[in-house]
Design a binder for this molecule. Structure first.
Ligand code: BES
Ligand code: MN
Ligand code: ZN
Length: 500
């Protein structure tokens, strides 16, 4: 549910109406096209900057309404700070800021993608455009009443002025596909659980077929036959049936091994019989953010025709406490053959992942596997909402993810795995138990649990996105609760290392 922002590109010409957005550095210096367009307005800008103590610091802004000498009704100046230090994620933020500064009344905006040294490079302009569009996303599907002054115009046209219009347009196309993936993930996370239960989630993934993604849905019978009792145990207390969805995109060498992405898709997590307290339980409609990211990523890869073979697998369940629900003390046999004693039914995500990861490895023999899951409150205690926790059995994969994180701004921080933590999940009655028993190192014992279902010959990374998958931080490129976190990160990882 994007608030319509029609984004396009054009040359550096003065707009006849609407808002004009320009950039300057810390010395209040503007690029040549910007100077030419502003002309005598530059004097007003300097006076206003003094009054407002605006110095062009990164992400600061100055506004002039009906500046004399411009046809545009409003001029917004955004500070770049020190331009030499700007990287990809910074341009994204600046674009987000440009959208964010537009008043609700504005239906037309022209953004001059120029720095003091001249026009932004193609990739920088594309980052700017993507940030502007991502910021415009809003989830308003269920709002039937909005005050007039809250309403943005029905359509808003934004033109990004650049030097080489054709080049930027071309480079923007795949990026636009990635943004669509991010917004698809956000939509899924924001949807309430009465609407988005496993079957409905699976149905929506079907839309990827239009992009030539093969979509397969495994129902209860199919999963029973495969012996996925760890996953099925989680869903057995719900009125909604569980599902496993397999997505395949073959853009790479025919028959070449795929890379695999696996998502936790708990459509609602009450905790089950080990029920959660009421405070913030509504947030648990977002306990499928890992699955949403995998779907958004598969959309992005297919829509930009990535030259890679990729599979996405999501385990969709609802963790509810009815008379058929799983109990603490129950022992289940996972598809891998390993048995699990359920200590706490609220540690359900790892049970879902155990079977899906095992299945993914058996069936696809992937080059690597990355799973994403809103797995533990403990990772939020450790890292807050800035970084996702990363656990990996492979240094190269971990380093690549770390780098992709620094470029995209979707940051990951590597956490430890070690036999001492693994011991904490040994069980008296079964091969393992589903919690460490203590809250200490809770994100790590969860990762150790998953590791028991990973063939160590396959490079694997587990991303605990409990802190980053949904939040209300109101960042520059996202104002919605569902963040769509991970789509840009993983797309970048693929683009940088795995496309032939
Ligand atoms: N879905 C939760 C983790 C979570 C908490 C995600 C808050 C986002 C925000 C997960 O299923 C869970 O309940 N984990 C427990 C594990 C514990 C019982 C070992 C937790 O973190 O408390
Ligand atoms: Mn839980
Ligand atoms: Zn959960």
């Amino acid at each position: 549910m994007t608030d319509a922002l029609k984004l396009g590109f054009g040359p550096f010409t003065a707009p006849a109406k609407g808002v004009i957005v320009v950039f300057c550095d810390e010395g209040l210096k503007f690029g040549p096209a910007t100077r030419k367009t502003l002309g005598s307005v530059l004097n007003q800008v300097e006076r206003a900057a003094k009054v407002e103590r605006f110095t062009g610091k990164k992400n600061s802004a100055l506004e002039l309404i009906v500046p004399a000498g411009l046809k545009a009704e409003r001029l917004i100046v955004i500070g770049l700070g020190k331009t030499a230090e700007l990287r990809s994620k910074d341009f994204l933020k600046l674009g987000g800021l440009a959208t964010g500064k537009l008043p609700n009344s504005a239906s037309h905006a022209t953004v001059f993608a120029e720095m003091p040294g001249g026009g932004m490079k193609t990739e920088q302009a594309v980052d700017l455009a993507q940030g502007a569009r991502l910021r415009a996303y809003a989830f308003n599907r269920y709002k039937t009443k909005r005050k007039d002054d809250e309403k943005p115009p029905a359509t808003r046209v934004m033109t990004i002025a650049v030097g080489d219009v054709a080049a930027v347009r071309k480079a923007y196309e795949p990026r636009s596909a990635i943004s669509d993936g991010v917004m698809l993930a956000r939509d899924l996370v924001n949807e309430p659980a009465n609407v988005l239960f496993p079957e409905e989630f699976a149905r929506r993934v079907g839309a990827l077929k239009k992009r030539h993604v093969a979509v397969e849905v495994l129902d209860l019978k199919a999963m029973k036959k495969l012996g996925m009792n760890a996953l099925l145990g989680v869903g057995q207390g719900s009125g909604h049936e569980s599902r496993l969805v397999v997505m395949r995109w073959n853009g790479g060498r025919a028959g070449g091994p795929p890379i695999a992405f696996i998502g936790k898709g708990v459509c609602f997590d009450t905790g089950g019989i080990s029920i959660k307290p009421a405070a913030s339980m509504e947030d648990m409609k977002g306990d499928m953010a890992g699955a949403a990211c995998v779907v958004g990523l598969m959309h992005a890869l297919a829509a930009r025709k990535a030259r890679v073979n990729a599979v996405g697998l999501i385990g969709l369940v609802e963790n509810m406490p009815d008379g058929h629900a799983q109990r603490p003390g129950d022992i289940v046999k996972s598809m891998s053959g390993q048995t699990i004693e359920i200590i706490n039914t609220d540690a359900e995500g790892r049970l879902v992942l155990a079977d899906v990861i095992w299945y993914a490895a058996q069936r696809f023999k992937p080059k690597f596997m990355i799973d994403l899951a809103t797995l533990t409150g403990a990772i939020i205690v450790a890292l807050g909402q800035e970084y996702a926790g990363m656990f990996s059995n492979n240094d190269q994969l971990a380093e690549r993810l770390t780098k992709a994180g620094m470029e995209t701004g979707e940051l990951v921080w590597r956490m430890p795995l070690a036999p001492e933590y693994d011991k904490m999940i040994d069980s008296k009655f079964a091969d393992m138990k589903n919690t460490g028993g203590s809250r200490w190192g809770g994100a790590i014992t969860a990762a150790q649990f998953i590791k028991r279902f990973v063939d160590d010959k396959i490079p694997w990374a587990h991303l605990d996105i409990a802190g980053t998958g949904f939040d209300s931080r109101q960042t520059d490129i996202n104002r919605s609760w569902g963040s769509g976190w991970g789509v840009r990160l993983l797309d970048r990882l693929v683009a940088d290392h795995y496309e032939k």
